[in-house]
Design a protein around this ligand. Structure first.
Ligand code: PEP
Ligand code: MG
Length: 298
């Protein structure tokens, strides 16, 4: 069981609550708290502090995920008609190589002080993952030339948040060390339901069979290639969903610190064959209400 954190204090809170590492470290806070882009030293200090707290336990850092509903006051974001389909997440990082390089250098340097893993948000193609890996390799070559230590075997992963990533999960799994499904975004993109629009909030349902099947496709593809697969969306933080997620075969659940004890407790009480049966039935269900009924969630 891993924890989600948005800053170093939350890393401590997650570990204190019983998390065996961090499955999602949202790096945005570093970019949102100051008047300008954080430099390499500022980022290195934060990632190193988080890595040292985790020790041998994994610290999974997601690279900058802005755009959509998250802007940076000092950066120009052109108004867009569909910001969630626009300039956000990995698209911003790949379009701003200096910004991306600064973050990756800081992360690589921090990897010498713990078990750092790096994942990229909103990947929709093999090309994007390849391009991100190429920037990591450039940074490694720079650090080699400078004689700076880092973990040469650092794990690079893909956040599965787009339907495109689900449909090419085999190709991504063959190239990534791990997946983490971001169900907050995956649900909105699979169902075409804006996650922040209250008017259609009732339609936003991760238990919709389309989303459950997307999770199954992703988990199975990952395992075909020996790629570890976790889930870090808010959905995993509800103990009532644990049976479905364990039955679908997730290797790791990552949840907000306050949810760690209850979800852990629920997982301990599960029988794997029963959980697998529940998951199979959920995948075969025709409607969201059938899935709700199946797992006893209203
Ligand atoms: C997600 O989309 O599920 C996720 C974990 O990322 P965020 O909520 O930060 O977009
Ligand atoms: Mg997301």
């Amino acid at each position: 069981m891993l924890g989600n954190a948005a800053n170093v204090d939350e890393v401590r809170r997650a570990l204190d609550a019983g998390a065996e590492g961090i499955g999602l470290f949202r790096s945005e806070f570093l970019y949102m708290q100051g008047p300008a882009l954080p430099d390499e030293e500022t980022q290195f200090a934060a990632y190193r502090a988080a890595a040292e707290l985790c020790g041998a336990r994994p610290l999974t850092v997601r690279t900058l995920d802005i755009g959509g509903d998250k802007a940076l006051p000092y950066m120009h974001f052109e108004p867009e008609e569909n910001p969630f389909l626009g300039w956000r997440a990995i698209r911003v990082s790949l379009a701003m190589p200096e910004l991306f390089r600064t973050q990756l250098r800081a992360l690589l340097r921090a990897s010498a002080f713990g078990n750092v893993r790096v994942m990229f948000p909103m990947i929709a193609s093999v090309g994007e993952f390849r391009a991100a890996k190429a920037v990591v390799e450039t940074c490694m070559a720079e650090l080699d030339a400078e004689g700076v230590a880092y973990d040469r075997d650092i794990a690079l992963g893909v956040m599965i948040e787009t339907p495109a990533a689900v449909f090419i999960a085999d190709e991504l799994a063959a190239r990534a060390r791990f997946f983490s499904i971001g169900t907050n975004d995956l649900t909105q993109y699979v169902l075409a339901v804006d996650r922040g629009n209250r008017r259609i909030a009732a339609m936003y349902d991760t238990l919709h069979p389309a989303v459950v099947r997307a999770m199954r496709l992703t988990v199975d593809a990952a395992h075909r290639h020996g790629c570890e697969v976790g889930i870090c969306g808010e959905f995993a933080g509800c103990a009532a969903h644990a049976e479905l997620l364990v039955g679908l075969g997730f290797d790791e659940l990552s949840v907000a610190p306050p949810s760690v004890p209850a979800v852990k407790e629920r997982i301990r009480g599960l029988e794997t064959p029963q959980a697998e049966l529940t998951a199979r039935r959920a995948v075969e269900a025709a409607t969201a209400s059938e899935v709700h009924e199946l797992i006893g969630v209203g």
